[in-house]
Design a protein around this ligand. Structure first.
Ligand SMILES: [Zn+2]
Length: 166
């Protein structure tokens, strides 16, 4: 335990059994009563880390273009654009649900599953940007519809501005 010499300011490390007894300071020779020094004040707690703004990297122009290029590679670039065009032209107001639009597009004979699939496809087409997974999902929806609704699926896939449907 440390004791402090008031005469020369030396700090002496003494055994506990000397506490309360007179000791001779080896530095200055003065005699004083060994009194344990008060505990050093505890170190201040470390400052909490400064809140960091979430770093969500924005996709660069190159990445965005790369994603669009991927859609073209998959043969979905133009179809996706056409899907958006149809979805907008058939949604006169925001209250028109995709399900109602899909039902009208497929006609009265369509199964509920197909209506829901096309409605889901419209929902994807509404998004300003699709993830790669969503692009693949749209592709799957379209392929699913084409099994039973060739004409509709082609129209959805290629769109009214297409110059040729092969
Ligand atoms: Zn001393």
């Amino acid at each position: 335990m440390d004791v402090h010499c008031d005469n020369c300011d030396a700090i002496l490390d003494v055994t506990d059994d000397l506490f309360g007894k007179e000791i001779d300071c080896p530095g200055c020779g003065s005699r004083f009563v060994a009194v344990p020094m008060p505990d050093a004040p505890p170190a201040p707690p470390p400052a909490p880390p400064a809140p960091q703004a979430p770093t969500t990297p924005k996709p660069s122009v190159v990445q965005t273009f790369g994603k669009y290029a991927l859609g073209i590679v998959l043969g979905l670039g133009l179809p996706f654009f056409a899907i958006r065009t149809i979805a907008r032209s058939t949604s006169h107001t925001a209250s028109v649900s995709h399900t109602a639009t899909a039902r009208a597009m497929l006609g009265p004979g369509a199964t509920l599953a197909d209506v829901e699939t096309l409605a889901a496809l419209y929902s994807l087409a509404d998004k300003p940007r699709l993830t790669e997974q969503e692009i693949l999902q749209a592709h799957a929806y379209r392929a699913e519809l084409m099994i039973r609704h060739d004409a509709v699926a082609l129209r959805v896939a290629i769109g009214p501005s297409s110059v040729s449907i092969r």
